[in-house]
Write a protein that binds this ligand. Structure first.
Ligand code: S3P
Length: 439
């Protein structure tokens, strides 16, 4: 068998402007809320990546109609009621799609099986399933993981619940279940997590309360349709933010149209503590989410102890933050990040091994890493099929001493299908290769 690998080469100064694609989290929510709305929901900027297209396919199997409009927007037309899907719903690599859909379907009186690829079928589901059962949902996991089977349940009861992990996916799954429960479903969070579900529910007319403590929704409630704009994905922008800090020329690299929802931008705060010069320009608001352009100067970064409260606000950005740390002066310490072990890969283990393979001194802890800044030699790294690990090393190569071969990069298409083209345009030297003998 063959799979895709990249050779990423040390590059000269990076220059230019990149407009990152639509936000993955928000795009999933467009499909999910559109499928249960009272009227069609139209969205500009919907991300057509493998993860979001899997959620699109799932809502189609449940009876929604999804159209690509000539102006590039999508329109989701909900059925009167969701139907039993004729086949298992396959979410591929997407934990967000599978977990949020489990919540959405829990009280809809349908039967469905939800599954995904090998990586997704290793990820924990009881964190979602257990509280949903408390609401009256009928569902089984497979030893705590997908596939998940949802059975026809009676009406759900509203729930007051304290999350034990700071997870927006669990919070969102319970709020989506709360749409079909009578009463106030309230979810308290141990730390601030992304709030896109709450914001979109509020924009679509549902009675939502939200704050640093968590969120609540009062059901039953059907979101109204209408039109929304998906902001550019901060998590995709993160790769070019770090690329600019490491290797911009005399002028700043510009990343435009970036969503700056404050529950997503922990990386900016962490990088500024490390000495980064990043300018926020043209702040504007689209559909309740702040958007801006970022000017990123090449900066001398220094190692820091990453403040624990910023970890959930930067949860998807650690692979590229670890690269920034590897090229900073001094040691960077991250703790309180054990959730990274249950992402698309074990991001602590995979990043520790990959950085070590390129000459960086790393100490792995159960809940974090210590990374000593140094010189990144070339070498071969295994992304373990994790899109964000692959993109992080493409950025790292810009400042490496020799080329880096990055294995198993096909899953970059789950979040950023145009990454290689955008990176190449800015001056990052990336060449696709077939990878022989891959599983
Ligand atoms: C997401 C929440 C986060 C994040 C994921 C997207 C979401 O997961 O890692 O990529 O859209 O709600 P957790 O909530 O499990 O931390």
């Amino acid at each position: 068998m063959s799979a895709a690998a990249w050779i990423a080469r040390p590059s000269g100064p990076l220059r230019g402007l990149v407009a990152v694609p639509g936000d993955k989290s928000v795009s999933h929510r467009v499909m999910l809320l559109g499928a249960v709305a009272s009227e069609p929901l139209e969205a500009a900027g919907f991300l057509r990546s493998a993860d979001c297209l899997a959620t699109r396919r799932a809502v189609e199997l449940l009876g929604a109609e999804v159209e690509d409009l000539p102006d590039g927007r999508v329109r989701v037309t909900p059925p009167k009621a969701l139907r039993d899907p004729p086949a298992p719903l396959d979410f591929g690599n997407s934990g967000t799609g599978l977990r949020l859909m489990t919540g959405l379907l829990a009280g809809r009186r349908i039967e469905a099986e939800l599954t995904g690829d090998a990586s997704l079928c290793r990820r924990p589901m009881e964190r979602v399933a257990a509280p949903l059962r408390l609401m009256g949902a009928v569902l089984d996991t497979t030893d705590g993981r997908p596939p998940v089977r949802i059975g026809r349940a009676g009406p759900l009861q509203a729930l007051e619940y304290d999350l034990s992990v700071a997870s927006a996916q669990v919070k969102s799954a319970l709020l989506l279940a709360g749409l079909s429960a009578g009463g106030r479903t309230l979810v308290r969070q141990p730390a601030i997590t992304r709030d896109h579900t709450e914001r979109m529910l509020a924009a679509l007319g549902c009675p939502v309360e939200m704050g640093p403590w968590g969120a609540a929704v009062t059901g039953p409630c059907r979101p109204r349709g209408g039109s929304v704009v998906v902001p550019g994905d901060f998590s995709s922008a993160a790769f070019f933010i770090v690329a600019g800090l490491l290797a911009a020329g005399d002028d700043p690299l510009v990343v435009s149209g970036v969503g700056l929802n404050p529950t997503r931008t922990g990386l900016l705060e962490i990088l500024r503590l490390m000495g980064a010069r990043i300018e926020v320009r043209n702040r504007r608001e689209t559909c309740g989410e702040e958007v801006a352009d970022l000017g990123v100067w090449r900066s001398e970064l220094r190692g820091i102890d990453v403040p624990a409260e910023l970890v959930p606000l930067a949860i998807d950005e650690f692979p590229v933050l670890f690269v920034a740390a590897a090229l900073a002066r001094g040691t960077t310490r991250v703790r309180g990040a054990e959730e990274l072990r249950v992402k698309e890969s074990d991001r602590l283990g995979v990043m520790a091994r990959a950085l070590a393979a390129t000459g960086i001194t790393v100490a792995e802890h159960p809940d974090g890493l210590d990374i000593e800044g140094g010189v990144l030699r070339g070498g071969t790294v295994d992304s373990a099929g994790d899109h964000r690990v692959a993109m992080a090393f493409a950025v790292a190569a810009a400042r490496a001493a020799a080329p880096i071969r990055i294995l198993d990069v096909a899953n970059v298409a789950t979040s950023y299908p145009g990454f290689a083209a955008d990176a190449t345009r800015l001056g990052i030297g990336l060449e696709a290769q077939r990878q022989q003998g891959a599983a």
